[in-house]
Write a protein that binds this ligand. Sequence first.
Ligand SMILES: C[S@@+](CC[C@H](N)C(=O)[O-])C[C@H]1O[C@@H](n2cnc3c(N)ncnc32)[C@H](O)[C@@H]1O
Length: 279
Amino acid sequence: MVRTQVIKPRIREILSKELPPELVGMLPKHWVRIGDVLILPLRPELEPYKHRIAEVYAEVLGVKTVLRKGRIGGEFRETNYEILYGSDTVTVHVENGIKYKLDAARIMFSPANVKERVRMAKVAGPGELVVDMFAGIGHLSLPMAVHGKARVIAIEKSPYTFRFLIENIELNRVQDRMTAYNIDNRDFPGENIADRVLMGYVVTTHEFIPKALSIAKDEAVIHYHNTVPERLMPEEPFRTFQRIAREHGYEAEKLNELVIKRYAPGVWHVVVDVRVFKK
Ligand SMILES: C[S@@+](CC[C@H](N)C(=O)[O-])C[C@H]1O[C@@H](n2cnc3c(N)ncnc32)[C@H](O)[C@@H]1O
């Protein structure tokens, strides 16, 4: 499981003999573990000792590699985390009975999204066709194929991330019901085919609503994610979705709305489940 923990006494014991006393209190008390890779948030003051600190955390916590937490950005939501200890950043993370293979240094796997990954395992059923427009390594759609037994078409634009998506389909033995395309979802040719569309993206997700509607059947459910400034909530992000849907000849009904995590100061990552109907 991805988890954050309280610092182990053993880590403090070892490092308090090697670090100036004022820095010992700054040692990270929480971290994220993805498979056998650790992601550590490290304050700038600890920079001169970062490799030794990472080594001690790795030994005590039993991981092969330690990365320094950094920013996620760009079209492909890549991480570019600095390697502090070890070299192999590819790992298999098991969550909710699903194997996620990924390069933890480059591909995001957010502990804050765990509830959504688990929720997605329950929403889809065997009779459904799901199209995941922003599949990543299968973060949200593997649970639908594995536990929901739904048929899934997963679209991922980044060639690097796509390699892991393909591997994960095989690792989880869902080749019979999950297929993947390494394309920009705007070039996906399927129209009027999906019972359910996943839009697991942030910042510019609204630009993809017309494409999602064209992929959806005349009646379908769309899981619409986006980032929203707090001052526009709770009307947004549904209001924008509904406006664009109406412009394209669909009515939209909000079924459910959940806050996934804080994205930036005053900005939240939100998901809205929307039922759409062609008018
Ligand atoms: C942030 S990840 C999210 C993964 C997963 N949906 C989730 O919410 O946990 C979004 C993925 O969408 C991919 N992506 C971005 N633009 C895309 C596009 N136009 N077509 C297909 N994939 C795209 C990125 O490369 C990235 O892997």
